[in-house]
Design a protein around this ligand. Structure first.
Ligand SMILES: [Zn+2]
Length: 354
């Protein structure tokens, strides 16, 4: 007789709970072999039905009738204890220890996170991850109408509002716009933020991007992550070094292209359809930028640009999502094992690899 204890080790991530009025009919989930599974209520108890599909497609197979094999617990079913099941399932979902479910977004300017990373952060947040949010520069150059100090103050407020909506821990910028240099002072500050947030996932810019602040931010982030476990490297302010695997993921460069105009193909696509409205609201917090980008960079609609870029990434993925964010994992040397890929693991059912 199958019991829920036999079922739990199968579960990687719950996809959908199927209900008819108050009656719970089943739970769709991904198993650890990337198969899509339906646990179905069968009168007196629960049976497993394989629905099929791989992790990359299960998100859209939820209504599919491609049943690969029939029930695997023919000999009887155990009654559902739903609250216990969900509780245990969530525990089982995460292969990463609770203390390391921490993600740090380290980007150059206020609004960079909202353009290329906020969808992924929202999805991780929904799974119970701690979100840490840092714009390295203060955004002081992002206006033609207010001075540096006023502009930085306005943008600090806008960023804090977005970080609050995201439920993120906010870190103060460490320098001015166009002062994002790879130097010892900046590195000591960024390394302190890495140590304070103790991430297992670090999200940052692409190594090759349209402007220098982004590329310097990326270099600072990578070395700061490398220095996380080196006690003889002093940070500013001082923060204790920590051991632990960490994976760095590089976002899409602005415009999804290198500075020379070549299209950049991600290694990992994250479907962001389910959070796109919330992502739009986060970008909307940066109201001052709507006017600035219109006048200086001819971005007709700030919000529309973000949506268009997300649509282009979705098209590159070749999957049936409307919006996506793209990531490339930094080589693992100095950071973790060769297969340490916590982003794909955590968001398994929403990620696609070409
Ligand atoms: Zn930027």
């Amino acid at each position: 007789m199958a019991a829920w204890d036999d079922v739990l080790p199968w579960i990687f991530c719950i996809e959908q709970i199927v209900e008819d009025g108050d009656e719970r009919l089943g739970i769709n989930f991904c198993d650890h072999r990337n198969r899509f599974v339906l646990a179905e209520h069968d009168g007196d108890g629960v049976c497993l039905v394989h629905v099929g599909g791989c992790m990359g497609t299960c998100g859209r197979n939820r209504n599919s009738n491609r049943i690969h094999s029939a029930r695997c617990c023919d000999d009887g079913c155990a009654p559902i204890d739903e609250s216990q099941f969900l509780n245990d399932a969530m525990q089982t979902t995460m292969q990463i220890p609770l203390t390391h479910r921490s993600v740090l977004a380290l980007f150059a300017h206020p609004d960079d996170i909202e353009f290329v990373a906020a969808g992924t952060l929202l999805l991780l947040q929904d799974l119970g991850w701690q979100i840490h949010y840092c714009n390295i520069a203060d955004g002081c150059c992002g206006s033609t109408t207010t001075n540096r100090l006023e502009t930085a103050q306005i943008r600090l407020k806008e960023s804090r509002r977005s970080a609050n909506l995201l439920g993120a821990t906010f870190y103060q910028p460490i320098c001015h716009d166009l002062d994002v240099f790879y130097n010892a002072a900046n590195l000591a500050k960024i390394a302190s933020i890495v140590r304070q947030s103790q991430p297992s996932i670090l999200l940052t810019h692409a190594p090759s991007d349209y402007m220098e602040d982004h590329m310097q931010a990326c270099r600072l982030a990578v070395t700061a992550a490398f220095a996380r476990s080196i006690p003889n490297f002093a940070t500013d302010p001082p923060a204790a070094s920590f051991e632990g695997e960490l994976a760095i993921y590089h976002a899409q460069p602005h415009g999804n292209r290198t500075p020379l105009g070549d299209l950049v193909y991600p290694q990992i696509y994250v479907a962001t359809d389910s959070v796109i409205e919330r992502k739009r609201q986060l970008l909307e917090c940066h109201q001052s930028q709507q006017q600035w980008l219109q006048s200086t960079q001819k971005l007709n609609s700030y919000l529309q640009t973000m949506l268009d870029l997300g649509r282009e990434v979705a098209e590159l993925s070749g999957h049936e999502c409307e919006f996506a964010e793209g990531w490339r994992r930094h080589l693992h040397f100095g950071f973790g094992g060769p297969n340490f890929d916590p982003l794909s693991e955590a968001l398994g059912h929403l990620t696609f690899k070409p």
